[in-house]
Design a protein around this ligand. Sequence first.
Ligand SMILES: NC(=O)c1ccc[n+]([C@@H]2O[C@H](COP(=O)([O-])OP(=O)(O)OC[C@H]3O[C@@H](n4cnc5c(N)ncnc54)[C@H](O)[C@@H]3O)[C@@H](O)[C@H]2O)c1
Length: 324
Amino acid sequence: MSHGIAVIGLGVIGRRMLDQTRNRSDLDVVAAWDVSDKAMRAAAADFPDVPLAADARAAIEAPGVDLVYVGTPPAFHRQYVEMAIAAGRKVFCEKPLAVSLADGEAIVNALEASGTANGVNYVFASAPAVAEMESRLHAGAIGSPREVEIRLFFSRWPRDWQANAGWLAYREEGGFVREVLSHYVYLLRRLLGPAAIESATIGWQEDPALCERSALARLSCGGVPVLVSASAGAAGPDVVEFTLRGDTGALRLENWFELSQSDGARWSKLPHGGLGPDRPDPRTAAYQSQLDSLAKMARGEPHPIPDAGVALEVQKTIEALLAN
Ligand SMILES: NC(=O)c1ccc[n+]([C@@H]2O[C@H](COP(=O)([O-])OP(=O)(O)OC[C@H]3O[C@@H](n4cnc5c(N)ncnc54)[C@H](O)[C@@H]3O)[C@@H](O)[C@H]2O)c1
């Protein structure tokens, strides 16, 4: 049986949902809407089978909608989550849950009070490489965890593929701490427990409207020290790397989904699980696995996607870092 999705926001990530559900038999985009005419025209041209609605309410209330996917910039998540709850739909919201604490808390309260099934799109939740990392950690493959090092570097921010997402360049909603580091704060929580901030220094750009240029932080997760170094705006290949070192070995996730293990000397790449004809590369495999989980949520089955309560914890850590 297929479950119907209403997609709100047809930018980079909304279009990814349209593209990645194209060949699935369990999830079907039955309505979509974006505030921008340009985004609507582009969706009509590239996804002619997807019904475009007249406005957000019409999309959310369209017949056959089981769940609403909120794929707008974060300041608008709350209003569409609330609209989805009022229409009795399940909610799949993009991360970060919100920027303001008031919005994040209102979203969680409204979802809990209404008993609405919900999930936030931290894609590591279903990624095969993360499941492999977690099972190796718990099987003792690296001994006891001793430290985590998170390194992020972007030669250009926003990255080229998000060049049209101008909001990402601004302090109000954007920046790589919210956009990228939040995924790793979720991952830390999953592997080691909630993160506490011990120290943080954010380097801001000269124009106060623009987002951060650097972030250096020390966190603690279940007693394990976490070192974070993130920056943007200089030459060199981008770096997205999460290293978990134990007392007998280490595990590293780089370029999002490439897993390696070290016995203390050199790194060896681990084969990537989860690939298949419809999942030819690690990124697609992770996204399709997340959609497998989303279909479980739509069917009322257990699934690993974090709910808004977990996402609110992540949001609080991220916003506390940025407040430094
Ligand atoms: N989970 C992930 O891996 C992942 C990856 C990228 C982005 N994101 C998140 O997805 C969200 C969207 O990011 P994006 O990269 O697609 O941005 P984007 O700017 O490319 O797309 C956002 C779209 O939302 C539309 N929009 C803006 N305000 C709106 C409103 N009030 N109502 C309806 N539509 C509105 C814009 O016109 C635009 O088309 C953000 O929360 C972002 O952090 C998540």
